[in-house]
Design a protein around this ligand. Structure first.
Ligand code: PLP
Length: 392
């Protein structure tokens, strides 16, 4: 064989060895060789499980899908290229045989609203907003709007409201409305929405599950009723995650329960310290007995695990005051995103919620003097010391 031929053919395409590697290999293959044409035919026809083309299925991504399905107690999962494309794909699949209308929680990630209004809106999908912490309002909106989907977050961003998923799921199931829950903030350590009656769970794996700020990814976990449609549409549209990212997310998930426990513990400690600071006007953290959703929180969240996010308002600060507070922080990482091993902070007013109309910010209760911290796994004393020197 000539060098050019050897360069292309040697080393590759060996039969799997009988020893099993302790971690899942990163399968960069775009396509697979089948035993014969008949087998390839069955795999293309989706009659036989197997690999033919990475847009359909990839062994590294499949390992991650199995992992998150186990954590969320779902029927099956799809690994996607980002949290946003996971949301888009979940919405598309659930709307296929339902009314093209989404009833969406008012208090939700800014880009989710833009997905509904700027991407799906022009395609004919209508959106109506509702306060998902007001069950009577949701029941009324389901009757009047006749939506195909109710979309919400387990713990909302940035005001950390917690919706009553079991009660909302019951309302949805009475009217053939698919309940889709973005579980990014809560993670399956705190809440598993499918166990509570939701149909589909979506994650930005970029956050707690990946956990190291090095990977963009999204995950959809669904019940049996939606799984076939999610997979079938994915084989065509291909919103899938690459094998390297699937490996990184899978690796992240192995330590995520330990990181999350520490992040919850740190966040709780920080919230209690913040409540004692005169410069702090109001602290948002779900362990607060006077939290508007305290009753739901006591039912849904495990004791002591209230999430790794803490938001608070700086007394009397406008945007310039917030800017100088943030500029004084040294340890806390001033960047968008959350759920990483390091503590991060952002100003929702100009970042995550920049494009939310002022009226809607007011209705959500989002004020200009609010900062949102994602607490990391550092020593709590060091996080507090950094915030203390910046509060002055
Ligand atoms: C970040 C985030 C998303 C979007 O995920 P990407 O991975 O950035 O596409 C969706 N929902 C929530 C709650 C998020 O925090």
């Amino acid at each position: 064989m000539k060098l050019h031929t050897k360069a292309v053919h040697s080393g590759d395409r060996k039969r799997p060895q009988s020893q099993i590697p302790v971690s899942t290999p990163v399968h960069f293959a775009a396509s697979w060789i089948c035993a014969d044409q008949a087998e390839q035919d069955r795999i293309f026809a989706n009659e036989q499980k197997g690999f033919a083309y990475s847009r359909y299925a990839n062994p590294t991504s499949e390992a991650l899908e199995e992992q998150i399905t186990a954590l969320e107690n779902g029927f099956g999962a799809l690994a996607c290229a980002s949290g946003m494309v996971a949301l888009q794909h979940a919405l598309t699949a659930a709307l296929l045989d339902r009314r093209r209308k989404v009833l969406c929680a008012r208090d939700i990630y800014g880009a989710t609203l833009k997905l509904l209004y700027d991407v799906l809106g022009p395609l004919g999908v209508e959106t109506a907003l509702v306060d998902t912490n007001d069950l009577a309002a949701v029941e009324k909106a389901i009757a009047s709007e006749q939506p195909g989907i109710l979309l919400m977050e387990t713990i909302s961003n940035p005001l950390l409201r917690v919706g009553d998923i079991p009660a909302l799921a019951a309302l949805c199931r009475k009217s053939n409305v698919a309940l889709i829950v973005d579980n990014t903030f809560a993670t399956p350590l705190l809440v598993r929405p499918l166990e509570l009656g939701a149909h589909i769970v979506v994650h930005s794996a970029t956050k707690y599950l990946g956990g190291h700020g090095d990977t963009l990814g999204g995950l959809i976990v669904s019940d049996e009723g939606h799984f076939e449609t999610i997979r079938r549409l994915s084989r065509i549209a291909g919103p899938v995650l690459g094998p390297m990212e699937s490996y990184l997310v899978m690796r992240g998930i192995k330590t995520f329960p330990l990181r999350m426990e520490r992040q919850c513990q740190n966040a709780r400690g920080l919230a209690s310290w913040l409540r004692e600071q005169p410069q702090v006007e109001r602290v948002f953290y779900p362990d607060d007995p006077s939290h508007p959703d305290a009753e739901t929180i006591s039912r849904l969240l495990p004791d002591g695990l209230y999430g790794g996010m803490v938001s608070f308002e700086l007394r009397g600060a406008g945007t310039p005051g917030i800017f100088s507070f943030l500029d004084r922080l040294k340890l806390c990482v001033k960047a968008t995103s959350l759920g990483d091993v390091h503590t991060m902070v952002l100003h929702p007013w100009i970042a995550s919620h920049r494009d939310v109309p002022p009226k809607q910010k007011e209705r959500m209760g989002l004020r200009e003097n609010l900062v949102r911290f994602s607490i990391g796994i550092e020593a709590l004393d060091d996080i507090i010391a950094d915030i203390a020197q910046a509060l002055v």
